[in-house]
Design a protein. Structure first.
Length: 70
């Protein structure tokens, strides 16, 4: 399956407030194999990154989650 076969979600509105700016997504080009996981600010983002890294890398210890997915 290639990226031309995938119907990626489309941004339908702009969101701007002191915690969010949807403009950062305007230049994003999705690639095959990309994974997007979104968390609200201050609600466990680093923890979620670590969990996803552990799942992707089969439970490897001491993964630098912030370096892998800043």
């Amino acid at each position: 399956m290639t990226s031309t076969d995938i119907a990626y979600p489309k941004k339908t509105r702009e969101l701007h407030n002191m915690m969010m700016d949807s403009d950062r997504w305007d230049g994003v080009k999705m690639r095959d194999g990309d994974i997007v996981i979104d968390t609200w600010a201050k609600s466990g983002t680093t923890w979620t990154q670590q969990i996803v890294s552990q799942l992707i890398f089969n439970g490897a210890e001491n993964l630098p989650a912030m370096d892998i997915a800043p």
